[in-house]
Design a protein. Structure first.
Length: 271
């Protein structure tokens, strides 16, 4: 077993698989099911009451209305690789990447696990890997966890929006870093368009990591000092925060924060 991609089922992740397959060949894609529809609304209700459920339903409706424009933007930002998974590459659909059947499919110590957009990989799965890297939408250790790009926008911190490729460990987004890239945020960007850029940048870092391994090089990994940043979890994100980001996107706030950011560029691990 060579490269195994652990992904959610989304356009960013399909691009990720296609690019890696073109560069190095992918042996297996493990697709983790996401919460959609009524399940998303129930989860939103559990955390935010009726307002949270209504917000989730409204977002789903807006997503459907904007789907055509989003497809055009995806084509413009990352090409057509996001549309379908590569034909001929075996796919395994699971409720969780940590399902026992996933580890069974892997030969112990031989798989190179490359993750984008899934839940946290647990030790039984990681123990089957010779290498386990995650593409994280955020510059760790400053931003770890979920919705990191959105939190940076809320904090008027556009200079420190980026992507991190790090080793998967028990610490959420806290493993040693292989490489990072900073996003070039523009005044016309949105949260979604920035994430498209981050997927492109992070995938190229993954491609470079595998290239070095294939060339017989040992990857240089830089330990994180997690005291320098913050870990944000799903429970920290509310409907109010989502509305704040929507306001930032529509009223020209990004242009103002680019002119007067809350802080300048912090050190990152360049590839």
């Amino acid at each position: 077993m060579g490269i195994v991609c652990l992904i959610a089922d989304g356009p960013h992740q399909r691009y990720f698989v296609n690019r890696l397959n073109e560069a190095h060949g992918v042996d297996l894609v493990v697709i983790e099911a996401g919460r959609r529809g009524a399940a998303s609304a129930r989860r939103a209700y559990a955390t935010g009451g009726l307002a949270g459920a209504a917000d989730a339903i409204g977002r789903a409706a807006r997503h459907r209305l904007g789907a055509r424009a989003r497809r055009r933007e995806l084509d413009r930002r990352i090409g057509s690789r996001w549309r379908t998974l590569p034909p001929g590459v075996p796919c395994l659909r699971v409720d969780s990447i940590n399902d026992p059947g996933v580890a069974v499919r892997l030969q112990a110590g031989e798989a190179e696990l490359l993750s984008h957009g899934t839940s946290i990989a647990r030790p039984p799965l990681l123990s089957r890997a010779s290498l386990a890297l995650n593409l994280h939408w955020g510059l760790a250790p400053y931003y770890r966890g979920v919705n990191c790009t959105a939190w940076a926008l809320i904090g008027w911190d556009p200079c420190n929006i980026g992507v991190t490729v790090h080793e998967m460990t028990a610490e959420i987004d806290g493993g040693p870093i292989f490489g990072q890239a900073r996003a070039a945020v523009g005044s016309d960007d949105t949260l979604d368009s920035i994430r498209m850029q981050l997927t492109y940048l992070g995938t190229e870092i993954m491609v470079e990591a595998i290239r070095r391994l294939r060339a017989g090089e040992q990857l240089s990994l830089t330990a994180q000092d997690i005291s320098l940043g913050r870990l944000t979890l799903k429970r920290d994100w509310t409907a109010r925060h989502r509305r704040d980001v929507e306001r930032i996107e529509r009223d020209g706030t990004i242009a103002r924060m680019l002119a007067s950011p809350s802080r300048r560029e912090l050190p990152i691990v360049a590839v």
